[in-house]
Design a protein around this ligand. Structure first.
Ligand code: NOJ
Length: 571
């Protein structure tokens, strides 16, 4: 993959179960995506990323896959998938799949065979280990390590039949595949080639930096650090960026991608450092095109997981500035505020009240899309969709919210209210409420009962209204996307952060050849003046884009205003 076409591209993520339901069962489906391809083409995005659509018991909404080479019947079948792929391609959009191979479903044939007997040839395709030495198998604390799983409870499940435990970093229905075994790797690569041969344009790789684990000489895994008050330990030292990760990704590249052009690969990597990301995205090393890092979405998370931290803008700028600088000369950034695991950004870092929702959604889009890197838009972000007004725990469906709630209340002495406060603000279901297409009772998402409630604000916030209003978030996102396509300084220019100590303004320049852009976003409901060098010259520069009229005077931005200026400079 020597051509880096994706530097000019914008990716749109579809979470199929929440996008559009064509058959009234309350669950989005592939036909629903086909029906709305024109919305995406009009927005101008270049690539669609589909969250998992494979057969799955849906324990983690499809991130638990029981067959990698078919389509979940709730969503359609391979013929409908081919139609969708052709429909995207016909509109000039590529389509990438979600690749979930750190784990499979426990209902995958591979795992059914693996768990059937200790001497089955596929036993070693997963992480089976005996109970802790000297402990009675199946009793509390006898797990092979003290690690907690991401969704609450231990990371090990006891299997009565064979008397051993299997590892699951996520739910007990998501057993981790053993990448040490070359047969596992070859099976995964063969499956990936099958999809590429079918015409897909690449993969978003789920928690791909967890596939290599630290193993002792005797094959054991080691205990993790247990923090005060926690029921289980954090084992991530043993599985984030493990010892063979680079080797596995390079092998995958050789076996799957070599000789194929025009593809996109993006590795989801919680906890990845800038230094590691440089290695992963150095084109000479042939690993992945870009990674999803998490530092900027963990900026409002303190040491106590059940205490909300307000956004500190200076910290956010320090993080994103570090990533911009770290990948300036080598590698490439992906840029995102939202996905199916994050709360809605306008509620999180903006202001989702009626006065400033539109302005702050546009400001956040401006700041993100003008960075150097490939921007990702998550369904509904282009409408400024907000968090949902969740009440009690019965309103949530997400396995993570439910599992963490139980663990916090039952084992860690937390109150329901403190946990709910955080889940309401940060829970993943905020991103998963149905896409708001119009102001009809179920927002045009379904004619049936939606699997997760539609946000009541769909009467005001919906695609039909946004498409009809030239000043909407939707039409503003169209301009942002077009700017990346037409202004080379947006895609390729150098990045320089300004005003690192300002708590209200996010300001930076981009420069390519004789073009320089100045981008400023006001992250507050107060007017704020950008005290930058050259303010006078910038004030009279060409105003390329602003989200709020009138244009600022003397670089004093109004509440939640954003501006992009352009000027010619000497090379
Ligand atoms: C990351 C995915 O984005 C998330 O939705 C999922 O729960 C975990 N990986 C496990 O697959």
């Amino acid at each position: 993959m020597t051509d880096s076409w994706w530097k000019k591209a914008v990716v749109y993520q579809i979470y199929p179960r929440s996008f559009a339901d064509s058959d009234g069962d309350g669950m989005g489906d592939l036909r629903g995506v086909i029906d709305h391809l024109d919305h995406l083409a009009e927005l101008g995005v270049d690539v669609l990323w589909l969250s998992p659509i494979y057969p799955s018991p849906q324990d983690d909404n499809g991130y638990d896959i029981s067959d990698y080479q078919d389509i979940e019947p709730l969503f359609g079948n391979l013929a409908v998938f081919d139609e969708l792929l052709a429909g995207a391609h016909a509109r000039g959009m590529k389509l990438i799949m979600d690749l979930v191979v750190n784990h499979s479903s426990d209902e995958h044939q591979w795992f059914l065979e693996s768990r059937s007997a200790k001497d089955h040839p596929k036993r070693d395709w997963y992480w089976w280990r005996p109970a802790r030495a000297g402990m009675e198998p199946g009793t509390p604390g006898a797990e092979p390590t003290n690690w907690g799983s991401v969704f609450g409870g231990p990371a090990w499940e006891f299997d009565e039949k064979t008397g051993e435990y299997y590892l699951h970093l996520f739910s007990r229905k998501q057993p981790d595949l053993n990448w040490e075994n070359p047969e596992v790797r070859e099976a995964v690569y063969a499956m990936m080639r099958w999809w590429l041969d079918r015409g897909v344009d690449g993969f978003r790789m789920d928690v791909i930096n967890m596939i290599s684990k630290v193993i002792g000489e005797d094959g054991s895994l080691r205990d993790g650090r247990l923090s005060a008050g926690a029921a289980y330990a954090d084992g991530s030292d043993s599985f984030i960026g493990g010892p063979r990760l680079h080797e596995f990704l390079q092998e995958m590249h050789r076996e799957v991608f070599e000789g194929r052009e025009g593809l996109l690969t993006v590795g989801e990597m919680p906890g990845v450092t800038v230094e590691e990301a440089r290695l992963h995205t150095d084109p000479e090393r042939h690993e992945v095109d870009m990674v999803f890092q998490f530092d900027h979405v963990w900026v409002d998370r303190g040491p106590d997981p059940w205490l909300l931290q307000p956004l500190q803008l200076t910290a956010l700028k320090a993080i994103l500035g570090r990533w911009q600088a770290g990948l300036a000369d080598l590698g490439w950034n992906s840029l995102y505020w939202n996905n199916h695991d994050q709360p809605r950004v306008v509620s999180r870092y903006g202001d989702d009240g009626p006065q400033y929702r539109v302005a702050s959604a546009k400001m956040l889009g401006t700041v993100l899309h003008l960075h150097r890197g490939t921007p990702y838009v998550y369904q509904g972000e282009e409408l400024g969709m907000t968090n949902y007004p969740f009440g009690g725990i019965e309103d949530f469906r997400d396995i993570e919210a439910l599992g963490q709630y139980r663990q916090a209340l039952d084992l860690e002495g937390r109150s329901a209210e403190e946990v709910l406060t955080v889940l309401r603000a940060r829970g993943r279901d905020n991103a998963r409420t149905p896409m708001q297409w119009d102001d009809s009772p179920q927002a045009g998402f379904t004619t049936g009962t939606p699997w997760l409630a539609v946000n009541p604000n769909h009467r005001e916030i919906n695609a039909a209204a946004d498409r009809a209003d030239p000043d909407s978030v939707f039409h503003y996102y169209r301009k942002l996307i077009e700017l990346r396509h037409t202004e080379p300084a947006v895609a390729e220019g150098d990045f320089t952060m300004l005003l690192p100590h300002d708590e209200r303004l996010y300001a930076f320049t981009r420069r390519l050849g004789t073009t320089e852009l100045l981008v400023i976003g006001n992250f507050s409901g107060e007017p704020a003046r950008a005290e930058i060098e050259d303010a006078g010259s910038w004030s009279s520069a060409e105003l390329v884009l602003t989200n709020v009229e009138p244009a600022p005077v003397d670089l004093t931005l109004g509440p939640w205003q954003a501006v992009v200026y352009r000027r010619a400079v000497r090379p």
